[in-house]
Design a protein around this ligand. Structure first.
Ligand SMILES: Nc1ncnc2c1ncn2[C@@H]1O[C@H](COP(=O)(O)OP(=O)(O)OP(=O)(O)O)[C@@H](O)[C@H]1O
Length: 560
């Protein structure tokens, strides 16, 4: 996965590879030169040139190490940034099911936490794995050149070491990934309850929330302890192995020297090569926990990216202008809980349909089906004659404006909150949209006009938030608007302004308005009462209200 993000930076990756090779070559040349130096001294010669070459090799090796670390760090940073971008795009494009499975806190921990860990560790990981693999292979080759029997012993020892490392890492990564999952879960839990702090404290649920945190903290502690225990096994085994290798190799070299098979210098070189392998083994062992964390982070990122949306993108663009909407014998269920049963409903292009009905009746579900956040289990939803299963996502986004009850206002300038970063929208259009929804006076009172950062200098009431959302939709000028009225949250004094803005928003477009208060639906062309997953009644507001025994007349009576 990381390799895919490294590929675009291949010149830098190539530089890192060359530097690693130089670093390893310098490391491998050292003991050989040292052996020749010893043999030359033992033979009574003055080994000036060997000594100078040795010094040059050591200096070159150090320079290559520093340069490889710097270049490796930069490469890892670029690759993990690209990965972070991929993860965020994946989450933004994901469907409702995905967001039901993952809380925002968990996703933050994965997009930022896991990639952050990788940015810091990936370079070290690449260097550790690459340098040590090269070094151990090189040591076997060099010792083999001195004497094949000692070389064979080395190769067997390293091969069994490698098998052991693979097993230990496999086990450690699984438990470390589980610990990271639990930590992300705590992130999600805290985020959810901090966001709902007002409700939590108002309902006296603080102690309950804290207890939940303690229970999750305990689970995380157990997982982290298991992960730490798994990690310590490898350093111990590595230490033992390094010592067995050094002592065994030295003993074999001494025996071979006594038998006249190798020189004293070669005995020294074998010892130096084996000592050379102890260092990387110790370093890898010392950084094992971080290596595990990096591998666990990679595994978690891969799992997240592997989650495919349950709604595949279609390819048919929607027609422009006001769109007709048709729900044709639609069945829909969340998991195994049926919500809509054979529901049929049509809204002619340019007209407004108000949906009313008891809470939980399925109105929001209809809105999600129309905006293609969901697909029907059976039947079809058609927009401008195009089945939403076939609809192309870009044209869907351009053709539909959806105002939900909870408007997301970002801590950004008013302009960005309105244009959503589209640089082609002129300031004059933003101001015109705000004036059209009745926020002209509000804008004029802001200290920095369109540059005022919302949330800091300007807080918004629920009514103003809805007006802002209406202005956002006006700027995009879609052919269909779906409004989930937040009338219950809007202060009575703001209701008239919001109703006027919504009227302006629906004029000339097709509109589906989910109305939570019956006094807001009188202006709609038609009203549909949703009950039991079906359309229980449908007609003009005046007709339904005047029909004795109708659900609407009954609800109006009860509301008086
Ligand atoms: N994401 C979801 N997962 C599972 N069940 C859901 C989900 N969203 C809604 N439901 C259930 O589906 C049913 C219909 O919900 P829906 O929100 O569509 O009703 P509604 O008429 O819009 O209600 P309200 O007026 O309270 O907003 C309810 O029983 C609700 O609990």
């Amino acid at each position: 996965m990381l390799l895919r993000h490294v590929r675009p930076h291949w010149p830098l990756a190539l530089a890192v590879a060359v530097l690693l090779l130089a670093q390893t070559a310098a490391g491998l040349a050292g003991p050989g030169l040292l052996g020749s130096f010893v043999d030359a001294v033992a033979g009574g010669a003055a080994p000036v040139s060997t000594g100078s070459l040795l010094a040059l090799v050591v200096l070159g090796g150090t320079a290559a190490t520093v340069a490889a670390e710097a270049a490796g760090g930069r490469l890892a940073w670029r690759a993990t940034n690209a990965l972070r971008e991929d993860l965020l795009r994946h989450c933004l494009d994901a469907d409702l099911d995905f967001h039901a499975r993952h809380s925002p806190g968990e996703l933050i921990s994965r997009i930022d936490g896991d990639t952050g860990k990788l940015a810091g560790l990936a370079s070290r990981l690449i260097l550790l794995v690459a340098v040590n693999a090269l070094l151990l292979t090189g040591v076997c080759a060099m010792v083999w050149l001195i004497d094949w029997r000692v070389g064979l012993g080395c190769a067997l020892l390293f091969a069994s070491g490698l098998a052991m490392v693979r097993r230990t890492i496999g086990a450690a990564v699984t438990v470390t990934a589980e610990a990271a999952r639990l930590a992300a879960g705590i992130g999600g839990y805290v985020e959810e309850h901090v966001r709902g702090a007002e409700d939590v404290t108002a309902n006296g649920a603080t102690a309950h929330v804290l207890r939940g945190l303690v229970i999750r903290g305990r689970e995380l502690y157990r997982a982290r302890r298991l992960s730490a225990l798994t990690q310590v096994r490898w350093p111990r085994a590595a230490q033992h192995m390094a010592w067995i290798g050094t002592v065994g190799g030295l003993a074999a070299a001494v025996v071979l020297h006594r038998a006249g098979a190798i020189s004293l210098g070669e005995v020294y070189a074998v010892l130096a090569y084996l000592t050379l392998t102890r260092m990387p083994l110790m370093i890898v062992a010392g950084q094992m926990s971080q290596v595990d964390e990096a591998l666990a982070a990679i595994r978690r990122c891969r799992e997240l990216l592997a989650e495919r949306p349950s709604i595949a993108p279609g390819t048919t663009p929607l027609p422009s202008g006001a769109l007709s909407v048709e729900l044709d014998a639609v069945d829909f269920a969340y998991a195994d809980a049926p919500v809509l049963r054979g529901l049929s409903l049509s809204v002619p292009a340019g007209s407004t349909l108000a949906l009313v009905g008891v809470s939980g009746g399925g109105k929001t579900t209809i809105a999600r089906l129309v905006t293609r956040a969901l697909l029907p289990g059976a039947g079809a939803v058609r927009l401008g004659g195009v089945d939403t299963r076939e609809a192309e996502p870009e044209s869907l986004r351009a053709s539909i404006g959806y105002v939900t009850q909870e408007v997301r206002v970002m801590a950004l300038p008013v302009r960005d909150n309105l244009t959503l970063f589209d640089p082609d929208v002129a300031d004059a259009d933003v101001v015109a949209a705000l004036e059209e929804v009745g926020l002209g006076g509000w804008l004029a009172a802001l200290p920095d006009g369109l540059d005022t950062v919302l949330g800091a200098a300007a807080g918004l009431s629920a009514g103003e938030e809805q007006l802002l959302a209406a202005a956002r939709v006006l700027l995009r000028d879609p052919g269909l608007v779906v409004l989930d009225e937040a009338s219950s949250r809007i202060a009575p004094g703001d209701r008239a302004a919001v109703a006027a803005a919504m009227d302006r928003l629906t004029a000339g477009r097709t509109a589906i308005v989910i109305a939570h208060r019956l006094d807001t639906v009188a202006g709609a062309d038609e009203v549909a009462v949703i009950a039991d997953g079906r359309v229980a009644e449908r007609g003009s507001f005046a007709d339904l209200a005047a029909t004795g025994g109708s659900l609407l007349a009954h609800a109006l009576e009860a509301g008086r």
